[in-house]
Design a protein around this ligand. Structure first.
Ligand SMILES: Nc1ncnc2c1ncn2[C@@H]1O[C@H](COP(=O)(O)OP(=O)(O)OP(=O)(O)O)[C@@H](O)[C@H]1O
Ligand SMILES: [Mg+2]
Length: 171
């Protein structure tokens, strides 16, 4: 049985763009743009800022409960690295996290970034990756293209082979 939840009246009214344009999502409107603006995640922010001093191609896993700022930290890292959000930031959502989606994301990383800049593959809710997706990603992590960052977010820390494999080799 499917239960269709309705949108609360209050959120339906808030906040609309100019001239009744598409509503602006508050999570996007107030999402910190840079690591310096992220609140209350000192150790993570400090580590990522340290990485920014001498960045190199590698993978990160951001783990924690929903709403703590995993996607925010990933996008802020991309911004601080100068990743072009339109061309060089590739996001894979959990619902599409199969082997083909990972292949497409990796192939985007292999293409030259705009002005030769940094590129990021952000795999959100990586807990739901298929076995094939995990294998494809693990083998690619051995030899990431130059100026490429792969970030996985997950809500269940240390619960899968993916996390332990990537953590031991690359994080
Ligand atoms: N540490 C933080 N500092 C400032 N704002 C934050 C922080 N964490 C979350 N937020 C705010 O909450 C919103 C949701 O955060 P975000 O999408 O990064 O959470 P998440 O950990 O990725 O959650 P989920 O597991 O549901 O994807 C952001 O748009 C941002 O506005
Ligand atoms: Mg998220």
């Amino acid at each position: 049985m499917t239960f269709a939840l309705s949108t609360p009246e209050m959120t339906r009214k808030l906040p609309f763009g100019p001239d009744g344009a598409a509503p602006v999502r508050l999570t996007e409107k107030y999402r910190p743009a840079t690591l310096a603006d992220v609140v209350g995640q000192g150790a993570v922010v400090q580590s990522l800022q340290g990485f920014l001093d001498a960045p190199y191609s590698r993978g990160f896993i951001l783990a924690g409960d929903t709403g703590l700022g995993k996607t925010t930290c990933a996008r802020a890292l991309a911004n601080d690295l100068g990743v072009n959000p339109d061309w060089d930031l590739h996001e894979i959502k959990s619902a599409t996290c199969d082997g083909e989606a990972i292949e497409r994301g990796l192939s985007a990383l292999r293409q030259c970034g705009l002005n030769g800049g940094w590129k990021m593959l952000l795999i959100d809710e990586a807990d739901t990756m298929s076995d094939k997706a995990r294998k494809v990603l693990l083998s690619a992590m051995e030899d990431l293209p130059d100026q490429s960052i792969v970030v996985l977010t997950r809500t269940i820390p240390n619960a899968s082979r993916l996390a332990s494999s990537i953590a031991s080799n690359h994080c």
